[in-house]
Ligand binder design. Structure first.
Ligand code: GAR
Length: 205
C-alpha cells in the first residue's frame, strides 16, 4: 500500500460521521488514501448522503432482498471487490460480514467498535459499559475476523465515563476520539502498510 494512494471502501449503516472524518482526511493528497466507494446495508441514511456529496460512488445491499444471508454476503463481496480496494473500513456497519467476504477481504478489513475490546462486544458497547459501571471505556479499531468484534487490535483510545453520562452523551464523546483514532490508523495503514501476526498488528511492512 506504500507509495500510491491506497484505495479504501467504507461500509456504513447510519450517520457516517466516521466516514466523513475519512473523507475529510483523504482530501489531503499526503494522507495517502482515497475513499473509492461507500456501501451500506440500508437506504436513506446520512452516511450515503455524505458519500454522494463528496462525489464517491455508493451501493446498497439489504439483507432482506436476498434469499439467504450467504447470498447477501456474496453480493456485498462482489460490490466491494468491484472497487479493487487495498483496505475495507467498516465504520458503523451494523452487520456481520460472512464467509465469502472474509475469504476475499480478510486481513485487509478493519472495523471500529465503541468500546475497549475485549470488553462489551456487539451492538451496544456504550450502553453495556455504562450499565456495568466502568470508569474508563473507549473505542477499538481491529482487523475483522469471523468473531464479533474479536479480531487483532490495531488501535484503541480511552474515554472517562462521567457520573451523569447517558448512553448518548458517552457515545458522542467516544465518537470524538474514535474519529481521530480511525483517521490516524487508516492513514498509517495506507502510508506504511501493516502486518498481522497472531493477535499482534504492527504498522510498517
Ligand atoms: C460508531 O461509534 C461505531 O463504532 C459504532 O457505530 C457508530 C457509528 O457512528 N459501531 C458499532 O457499534 C458496531 N458494532 P457513525 O455512523 O457516525 O460513524
Amino acid at each position: 500500500m506504500c507509495g500510491v494512494s491506497a484505495r479504501v471502501v467504507v461500509l456504513v449503516s447510519g450517520a457516517g460521521t466516521n466516514l466523513q472524518a475519512l473523507l475529510d482526511a483523504c482530501a489531503d493528497p499526503s494522507y495517502g488514501a482515497t475513499v473509492v466507494g461507500v456501501g451500506a446495508d440500508r437506504d436513506g441514511i446520512e452516511g450515503l448522503a455524505r458519500a454522494e456529496r463528496a462525489g464517491v460512488p455508493t451501493f446498497v445491499h439489504r439483507v432482506g432482498h436476498y434469499a439467504s444471508r450467504a447470498e447477501w454476503d456474496k453480493a456485498l463481496t462482489a460490490s466491494v471487490g468491484s472497487y479493487e480496494p487495498d483496505l475495507v473500513v467498516l465504520a458503523g456497519f451494523m452487520k456481520l460480514t460472512g464467509e465469502a467476504f472474509l475469504a476475499a477481504f480478510g486481513g485487509q478489513t478493519v472495523n471500529t467498535h465503541p468500546a475497549l475490546s475485549p470488553s462489551f462486544p456487539g451492538m451496544h458497547g456504550p450502553r453495556e459499559a455504562l450499565e456495568y459501571g466502568v470508569k474508563v471505556t473507549g473505542c477499538t479499531l481491529f482487523v475483522v475476523d469471523a468473531g464479533v468484534d474479536s479480531g487483532p487490535i490495531v488501535a484503541q483510545a480511552s474515554v472517562l465515563v462521567a457520573e451523569d453520562d447517558t448512553v448518548d452523551s458517552l457515545h458522542e464523546r467516544i465518537k470524538i476520539v474514535e474519529r481521530a483514532m480511525l483517521v490516524d490508523s487508516v492513514g498509517r495503514m495506507a502510508r506504511e502498510g501493516f502486518t498481522v501476526s497472531g493477535r499482534k498488528v504492527r504498522f510498517g511492512s
